[in-house]
Design a protein around this ligand. Structure first.
Ligand code: 5RP
Length: 228
């Protein structure tokens, strides 16, 4: 898909998700380029009278939300959210996801858990038959060596995520590192998510397999979008 069609696909998905938001609600605001289109549309709706408050899942999301004039709060103030809008890197037919290219998946998983409904916004290149992208895993820096050993024993190929200038590890909003672990095709993502969760020092992985029942996925493709 060329870059302008890709941007249009993300925009249409983001806008459709923003139109699902009801007046007077507290919502989760995910991180990523597709969610930022949802924020753009929310800003338009706020200008027309919509009243909402958002819980951002990262500093980046908070900065962007402020630019759009979306009032913000915290999960401490509102541990129950009506809805969360978030992006994903891959979505399978059972609505299991890989998230975390933006290194925000730990807070995103907390927000998804707090939400009564989760709306995932993606362009159509993200839908796959079987998840296979490297799985982002937030790791306590102290436990990095142990994590590499355990993930390798599990059949993965772990790589520490570095910044674009290759001048050191990416540091998350929580002060931790990110390992991208390639497991190849992932036929049973729920089992892999549980195995990763059992390793001390691995704080959260980008596999999201437990939210399908309360999830809708808005898939944008050019000027069309469909809800799965
Ligand atoms: C951040 C995420 C993002 O939602 C995911 O990477 C998708 O981003 P984009 O909409 O820019 O493709 O999980 O941690």
């Amino acid at each position: 898909m060329d870059s302008s069609l890709l941007a249009e696909s993300k925009r249409i998905a983001g806008y459709r998700a923003a139109d699902l938001v009801e007046d007077g609600t507290v919502i989760g605001l995910g991180t990523g380029s597709t969610v930022f289109f949802a924020m753009e549309r929310l800003a338009e709706r706020i200008a027309s009278g919509l009243s909402i408050v958002g819980v951002p899942t990262s500093y980046q999301a908070a900065i962007r939300a402020r630019e759009y004039g979306i009032p913000l709060t915290t999960l401490d103030e509102f541990p129950q959210l009506a809805l969360a809008i978030d992006g994903a890197d891959q979505v399978d037919p059972g609505l299991s996801l890989i998230k975390g290219r933006g290194a925000a998946h730990l807070r995103e998983k907390c927000v998804a858990d707090a939400a009564e409904e989760v709306v995932i916004v993606v362009d159509s290149t993200k839908t796959v038959d079987t998840l296979s992208a490297p799985v982002p895993i937030e790791v306590l820096p102290f436990a990095c060596g142990l994590a590499f050993r355990r993930l390798t024993e599990m059949g993965g190929v772990p790589v520490l995520r570095e910044g674009v200038k290759k001048d050191g590890p990416v540091v998350t909003d929580n002060g931790n590192f990110i390992i991208d672990c390639n497991f190849g095709a992932i036929p049973d993502p729920a089992s892999l998510e549980q195995q990763i969760a059992a390793v001390p020092g691995l704080l959260e992985c980008g596999l999201f397999t437990t939210f399908a029942e309360k999830m809708r996925v808005v898939v944008g493709e050019g000027r069309e979008c469909r809800i799965v």
